[in-house]
Ligand binder design. Structure first.
Ligand code: GLU
Length: 304
């Protein structure tokens, strides 16, 4: 498969969408990002690569960080994790409070904000230095030791993070989180603020694309079955309340973030990352969704 040629053809086809949507501005630091950027990187499990546009520009990975948090939490808690957080798609917005109230403080899944806030709490309780451990894992799984948090983004999000603070309060009220709300939110926002490029993310997600390879990074190890289950959760819960659309049009497990990044995995074939900050009304990158739809259409291969 000539992935490079394929990506170049895709780029021509998505150009008409270049001005559609707008970048997330509820996090003031993200509103400053130039919305007219685009990057894409594909890494096959056999070592082939293909790259487009600003594939080496780092961006805010935001909710994509929730996959890393899930990997660490599953590694340390095993199936006990599912007592604290569910694994069903939510059908509501990523920062919704309604479901959490009805379901008495047990988040639907690890990829809605409430679920990730619970995972932040688990990591805070487990590690002496969770900030360092989380970063070590991300650096090791991507093979890139310079990856870091962007503390300005994290602070700017905290300043206006009223909804996430409400979620954390509701969780605390129901006894789902152990640590104090401020520390949990601080760590949650920090995880979201990690900056990575398409190339770095696609390398990191190869570890999830190839469950036959040993998963052991910075002391975090998962079985092949746990890796496959993380993919299952990406498939059903990875795109806010657009997971059905993504399954319908793209047909791969994946995860998006409000920084405009989307990772997708074709198990035992490749991991691909696309980034473009303009988002649709559900919070997913417009060009990113289109590019991935074309990728599985042109290759005539998805998981279905
Ligand atoms: N830090 C963002 C928030 O909590 C993450 C949202 C996202 O990327 O889905 O609102």
């Amino acid at each position: 498969m000539d992935y490079q040629q394929l990506l170049e053809n895709i780029y021509q086809e998505i150009l008409p969408y270049a001005k559609e949507g707008k970048q997330a501005d509820y996090i003031p630091e993200l509103a400053k990002v130039n919305p007219d950027q685009f990057g894409m990187f594909l890494h096959s499990i056999y070592g082939e690569t293909a790259s487009l546009g600003s594939a080496d520009t780092r961006f805010s990975i935001q909710s994509i960080s929730k996959v890393f948090a899930l990997a660490i939490c599953l590694s340390i808690k095993g199936d006990e994790l599912w007592k604290r957080v569910g694994r069903e798609p939510s059908g509501t917005a990523f920062n919704s409070l309604i479901q959490l109230e009805i379901e008495k403080g047990v988040p639907r899944n690890p990829f809605v904000n409430a679920g990730a806030i619970v995972m932040a709490d688990i990591l805070l309780s487990h590690f002496e230095n969770p900030e360092r451990e989380f970063l070590n894992f991300v650096r090791e799984v991507s093979g890139e030791p310079t990856i870091d948090y962007n503390r300005e983004v994290a602070e700017s999000e905290r300043e206006f993070g009223y909804l996430n603070a409400a979620i954390a309060n509701l969780l605390k009220y129901h006894g789902t989180i152990e640590n104090d709300i401020e520390s949990v939110l601080h760590f949650y926002f920090l995880m979201c603020s990690v900056e990575m490029s398409c190339r770095e993310l696609s390398l990191a997600f190869l570890a999830f694309a190839n469950h036959r390879r040993k998963f052991n990074y910075a002391g975090i190890s998962l079985t092949a079955s746990q890796v496959k289950r993380i993919n299952a959760i990406m498939q059903t819960c990875g795109f806010y309340d657009e997971a059905g659309e993504f399954a319908y049009f793209v047909g791969l497990p994946g995860k998006s973030g409000v920084g405009g990044g989307i990772v997708a995995i074709h198990p035992l074939q490749y991991s691909v990352v696309v980034w473009s900050p303009r988002l649709n009304s559900k919070g997913n990158s417009v060009m990113g969704m289109k590019a991935l739809e074309l990728l599985t259409t042109e290759t005539k291969e998805s998981i279905f």
